[in-house]
Ligand binder design. Structure first.
Ligand code: SF4
Length: 241
């Protein structure tokens, strides 16, 4: 059900640009990123400046996306942030879906405000990245295509928490509810990523690890038999936005 019906409804946008998805299952896919400002979490290692946004109307966002789509011959959009799911994006997603775009969303999973988009088959791919630092917060997202966890700590509690997240997103009752859904009727994929923080901070977490890859490999070796895989941030390695 639409949450608003005005194309002059505004949303906080940091930037809209064409690039390559660098993470998860869709790594290598050409996409137009729509980066929203603001976030409902404040991770100490956040590598995205989502503080400087400007209000854009839905109409202006659609125009900019359409322009980039023509310029780069690209029909894929990823809503990212900040946290896109804490805004009333239903109408915008619906309008872009009607235009034939493939739509992905990157979210921390906290907000339950846009689950209707999932129920109405309007999102093709959801990457959910829950945060260990905020593990006590309720996760409101009802389904995900992939879970990407940043290895921001190295201990048994972190590993237990990853297992808990996996159990939550593969629970039979959860999937039975989604069986009629076009995109979310399968179990999600599970990925671990390195935490992109300075080596001196990593060393404070675990003296045996000299780089962010090492803590991730430690966690990976404990979880690989449960189906977890590694996702590096290719855009950073390639030095593209
Ligand atoms: S949830 Fe993502 S965007 Fe928000 S503070 Fe954490 S890392 Fe940054």
């Amino acid at each position: 059900m639409p949450q608003n019906n005005q194309t002059n409804f505004t949303l906080p946008v940091v930037e809209i640009f064409h690039s390559i998805q660098g993470e998860g299952y869709n790594a290598g896919k050409p996409v137009i990123f729509v980066r929203f400002g603001g976030c409902n979490l404040n991770c100490p290692w956040c590598d995205t400046d989502w503080s400087k946004s400007k209000q854009m109307t839905e109409k202006a966002i659609i125009e900019k996306v359409s322009k980039l789509s023509k310029e780069y011959n690209c029909d894929n959009i990823i809503f990212t942030g900040g946290e896109p799911m804490m805004y009333a994006i239903y109408n915008l997603v619906q309008a872009l879906k009607i235009k034939g775009f493939w739509i992905g969303v990157e979210t921390n999973g906290i907000s339950d405000g846009n689950n209707q988009l999932i129920l109405d088959n309007l999102i093709d791919w959801i990457s959910c990245s829950p945060k260990y630092e905020f593990r006590d917060k309720y996760l409101g997202l009802m389904a995900a295509s992939e879970i990407r966890i940043v290895c921001s700590d190295v201990n048994d509690n972190f590993i237990d928490w990853c297992k808990k997240i996996q159990k939550r997103f593969t629970a039979p009752v959860f999937h039975q509810a989604m069986m009629g859904n076009k995109y979310f009727n399968k179990e999600p994929l599970f990925y671990l990523s390195p935490c992109d923080i300075k080596p001196d901070k990593v060393n404070k977490i675990n003296k045996d690890c000299s780089f962010a890859i090492q803590p991730m490999l430690y966690i990976y070796n404990k979880l690989k038999d449960d189906g977890w895989r590694i996702s590096l941030q290719l855009h950073k390695l390639m030095k593209v936005r």
